[in-house]
Design a binder for this molecule. Sequence first.
Ligand code: FE2
Ligand code: FE2
Length: 188
Amino acid sequence: MLGRLEAKYRAFREPPRPPVTTPAPPIVEAPPPPKQINWELRSQAELVDHIVGHYHAGVRRDLPRLLAAARGASPRVPEGLTEALETIGHELEGHMAKEERVLFPALRTGQRGGAVDMPIRMMEREHEGHDDLLAQIRAATNDLTLPSDAPASWQALYEELRAFETALREHVYLEEHVLFARGLGGES
Ligand SMILES: [Fe+2]
Ligand SMILES: [Fe+2]
C-alpha cells in the first residue's frame, strides 16, 4: 500500500516528459512564382495600356531590327523571308494605328455593342491576315527550322523570329478573347 502511494507521489513530483519530436526540416525559401497577371480581372483601360505599351511597342522596336538582320544576313536568308517581314511590318503598322486611334479609345471607356461592333469585326479580319503572313514566314524558313549547314548569323535571326511570332499570337489572343469579347458584350 505504502509502495503504491510512494510511486504515485513520485509520479506527481516528476516533471512531465517532453513529447517526442523530430527536428523540424530546414526552411527552404521557395523562389517567388513568376508574375502572372490575370487580365480577365483587369479593366479595359488597363488592358489597352498593356497591349499598346507592351505588344505594340514591341512590334515597333523589334520588327525593324529583324528586317535589317534579314536584309543584311550573309549568305542571304531563305527566299521569301525578307518580303514576308516587309509585308507584315507594313500591315501591322496600319493595323495598330487603327486600333490606337479609333477602337481602343472607345473600348477603354467601356463602350460596347453597336458603337464598337464594326471596328472590332474589321480588326478581327485583319488578324486573319497576320496569320497568313506568319504562315509565309514559316513556309520560307521550313517551320523556323535551321538547316544543318546554317551560318551562325541565321541562328539569332531564327530565334528572334520565333519570339516575334509568339508575341504576336499572345497579342492577338488578348485582343480577341478579352478586350474585344467584352466590347462585343460577351463580358463586363
Ligand atoms: Fe494590337
Ligand atoms: Fe490587333
